[in-house]
Design a protein around this ligand. Sequence first.
Ligand SMILES: [Zn+2]
Ligand SMILES: [Zn+2]
Length: 881
Amino acid sequence: MESVILPCKSIFPIISELPQNYHPKPKIPINYVEPRFTDTQLNYLCTNGRLSEAIHAIESISQYGYKVKPETFSKLIESCINERALHFGRKLHKKMRFLLEKVDPFIETKLLGMYSKCGSLQEAYQVFDEMHERDLFAWSAMIGACSRDSRWGEVMDLLYMMMGDGVVPDSFLFPKILQACANCADFKTGMLIHSIVIRCGMSSEIRVSNSLLSVYAKCGLLSCAKRLFESMEMRDTVSWNSIIMAYCHKGDIVEARRLLNLMRLEGVEPGLITWNILIASYNQLGRCDEALEVMKEMEGNGIIPDVFTWTCLISGLAQHNRNGQAIEFFQQMIANAVRPSEVTLTSTVSACAALKDLRKGRELHSLVVKLGYDGEVIVGNAMVDLYSKCGKLEAARLVFDMIPEKDVYSWNSMIGGYCQAGYCGKAYDLFMRMHEFEVSPNVITWNVLISGHMQNGDEDQALDLFWRMEKDGSIERDAASWNSLIAGHLQNGQKDKALVIFRKMQSFGFKPNAVTILSILPACADLISAKKVKEIHCCVLRCNLENDLSVANSLIDTYSKSGSIKYSKAISDGMSTKDIISWNTLIAGYVLHSCSSEAIKLFHQMKEAGLKPNRGTFSSVISSYGLAKMVEEGKRMFSSMSEEYRIVPGLEHCVAMVDLYGRSGKLEEAIDFIDNMTMEHDISLWGALLTASRVHGNLNLAIHAGEQLLKLDPGNVVIYQLLLQLYVLRGTSEESVTVMRPRKRNHHEESLISWSWTEINNVVHAFASGQQSNSEVPDSWIKRKEAKAEGSSSCNRLCVTEEENEDITRVHSEKLALSFALINSPQSSRVIRIVKNLRMCEDCHRTAKLVSQKYEREIYIHDSKCLHHFKDGYCSCGNYW
Ligand SMILES: [Zn+2]
Ligand SMILES: [Zn+2]
């Protein structure tokens, strides 16, 4: 019997520890432990944080069949909860039936709560399942347990079971259930509860109403939310926040803003959360400037921005490519002594990565370490990305290795870093090691590897990975996987292969997305890809991408460059919204097609639509005035750029001005303009002057321009040849020529070969000057025609050509292409499109005009200088090229 008492003695408090109202009973018999005395002891131990001793005592007490009071047992459970001592709780649970006279639902509910609060939902469920009777408290505890674990679906199941048992929630339980409704987007149950709430007469309980409001707001039922909100007798900040949030979710920020003002009029001051909702919403919509205004207003109202406010602004700016500002705001935040969160740091590090700002990035890194965020995986991933983008792969790897629990994004960042730097082997090694860390590659990992290998020219390995990903990796390919291949081929100059993949992608049932279209369309921006542009356009329509602004803009551009300006206009006319790029692209298209009046008309329409012209607009518009020979208007436009629009003219605007003077024969003004320029001259500038002086027969100026050109580009054989011809015209012998002959003789011969290409029935045919023509008839026809047209050349232009003159054995390539197209192109096609690598000569230009008249064909020839559109015997270039 001694042994029974011993443990009790051992835990018996020493006198000094005893509470003041403690009066020990005198003398107890050795074989008897009075339960009430034990209760007092246990209570004392619990209150003084000596739980383990209490549990130890309980074990002995139960062994000998003694009981404790329910209050004591409850107190013990409470202590287990406070100390999160699940193992002690389990011991109590095991002894419960021995220690208590009767187990009542109150104790069981308490036990259930203990399990859930100590993180064992499964055991909580066990207790719940074993209960004989479940009252509102038991249900509330079980529902509370599930909502604590965010198991919203289970909360809903419990609710229906509970109502089946005839138990009705009270005003404390309703908010929990409604929270589950909101998180499951189960608005039907929400509405059901709403009707119960009304029947129970609880609709005036603000806690309940606010929870209902939040269900409607989160489920996007704006009209229900609005009705409920308006019917509420009392509204507190929480109610206002919910309704404002509801409008923000719907993107109706104007109404949200109005409500905030109304809130203040009704005497409820917006709190930090209210302001933050509005600020976050502006940022999500990319309206960062307005977000900033709201923040200033909030500060004006005496509310200090917290870390959430700052983080919203910083990540909003970073996501909308305003990285410099994002970093500035971060610095302001630090200056305001607000401690950044890991999200703030991640956004700021990403901003540095986008700017490749290594210095700031390093500063941030040390701050990350100082604040103890270096173990956070999202911050680590952003740092890996930063160092990779800045080309500091060793630092990236160091950070990567230090991330304690790497997720798939960590691996993707590091693998991506190696790929970008061209170390595909290292990237692949890392990829193979992922399984050692029990991380499975995702579709991004595979795509990063595929595009990495493509970019580094390892097409075979890329394709191998592409086909292996489904079989070996059990990862389904997505549009981005196909896009990696397409973009890779395009980058390697393999347009045809890219198109094959593009078609294969569709035959495999994948819908190309905007990224696909935006990568493949520009590759088709030439005259021989006109049909492919239409094919891609059809695909755009099938995939419903025609409303994507960038896609539509790219179509306008590609159609115009492939010789179909009509389609460009049709696309532009069909657009519901247009940005400055849409306008500029179409204006530039008209300039390319020498349609000056359309370009100028569009420019005025654009201004009427309220858009401010930018640099791109101005160079096109000045060129349009040049085409229209409207020198004064062009000059005014040039000066209005800086005076009215505060845009400093760039080289492209100066070139357009030289062209403007040149086309109108104002060569002196052109050379004056060049002389007065402050910026450095370049090839395009002197090229424009050379064209002008050649067309207007000013030999000396042409030689001056040619010499300047050769100075800027000493290796250019074409210019060298032109210059020699000009010297001959002036009567200077080749020996006295002062300019240097281009060094590489081989290069010279190679690059002077003139090539022309045309596409017929989906096959591109290439022709080189002097090549044996495989179509005798039109060839000889053309020669006959030309003989007749002789003498029709009556201009004072300087007869210099970029390639050798034609003779009996040598016919220029565009003529070969033209005759081939005339014979072989289908009768239905009235348009012939040819691309040439050198500038057309006078003879070929004349021939093309004749053919367009005689055969009633439209002929587009894009040479190295401009796009010629021959129709009815005329060319759009107005003989100026
Ligand atoms: Zn020619
Ligand atoms: Zn022309």
